[in-house]
Design a protein around this ligand. Structure first.
Ligand SMILES: [Zn+2]
Ligand SMILES: [Zn+2]
Length: 294
């Protein structure tokens, strides 16, 4: 059974202070967006950032954010999808109507400029999978950094087994003002390097897995004002719902786990994460295009 067909997870107890899910894929859930958002609200997760990985899902994310007052979007070509995107294909290998580096990146730049699109991502480097050569990934990552700078949006990085090169490309290119490492995958060492650079670390449900000692050590040393939490749903469902389908509501479990690691009050951490979210993605209510925030 894959994450996308796993049974839906029960809604966690509500958080004492509203918080949000910094990275999710609402388009990949088996349940309707409305249900995922309603259950998230019940758990105290009142905002979500839904993320694209190719041209069609980036457009979908932008449309979803335009239609829902409590959703913001991130748009990009995922590092693993760069070769397919260049060849005019989406992440499933279907034609997108956009081909060639310039045409595809121009469409991402157009979407990134929309008011309810608040981040350029997920972009970055993934040396775990080999669907795109590292050189091509680095080229497209650099181009996404430029789009983030040109549009003034946050940069949302996917970094898998590529920490040193991700930091090197950021350094070479000159990082945008706001940088987020989504699904933070390093240990205390990388957390310190990110903290020194002012990069935000977004922890996902895998922090709750018993084996993930390095992620908990990273969360322990990460400054509370540089921490976000995310689901990356439908993947990486946190304890106690492993084996079920992840959804934005589940980030409440991850937030509680991070609070425990940092020996912080859950309410204090939720408030800090919500404030960091507004700092990196912009104020939730400064654009009414999707109706008033709910
Ligand atoms: Zn990712
Ligand atoms: Zn993702």
């Amino acid at each position: 059974m894959t994450a996308r067909t796993a049974p839906w997870a029960p809604v966690p107890d509500p958080l004492p202070v509203p918080c949000f899910d910094a990275h999710t894929h609402l388009d990949m859930l088996t349940e309707p967006v409305e249900r995922a958002l309603a259950e998230a609200s019940q758990a105290g997760i009142t905002r979500v950032v839904t993320v694209g990985v190719d041209v069609p899902t980036s457009r979908w994310a932008a449309d979803c954010a335009a239609a829902h007052g409590n959703v913001y979007a991130a748009v990009a070509i995922h590092p693993n999808d760069t070769a397919r995107a260049r060849d005019g294909l989406d992440s499933e290998g279907r034609p997108t109507g956009f081909a060639g580096t310039d045409e595809v990146l121009a469409e991402i730049a157009r979407l990134a400029a929309l008011p309810r699109v608040r981040a350029v991502g997920e972009t970055g480097l993934d040396y775990y999978r080999d669907t795109a050569p590292p050189r091509l990934q680095r080229e497209w990552f650099a181009a996404h950094i430029e789009i983030a700078k040109a549009t003034g949006k946050a940069l949302m990085i996917h970094d898998r087994e590529a920490h040193d090169d991700v930091l090197a490309v950021l350094e070479e290119q000159g990082p945008p003002e706001r940088v987020i490492f989504h699904c933070f995958s390093g240990g205390a060492d990388l957390a310190k390097r990110c903290a020194d650079a002012g990069y935000v670390m977004s922890f996902a449900g895998n922090l709750t897995f018993p084996s993930a000692v390095n992620l908990r050590e990273a969360a322990e040393v990460a400054p509370a004002d540089l921490i976000l939490v995310e689901t990356d749903a439908p993947y990486l469902t946190p304890v106690p719902n492993r084996g079920r389908q992840n959804a934005p509501a589940q980030v409440a479990h991850t937030l509680r786990a991070v609070a425990q690691v940092k020996r912080m009050d859950v309410a204090d951490l939720a408030a800090a994460v919500a404030a960091t979210g507004e700092r990196v993605f912009g104020r939730w209510d400064d654009d009414q295009a999707g109706g008033p925030p709910r």
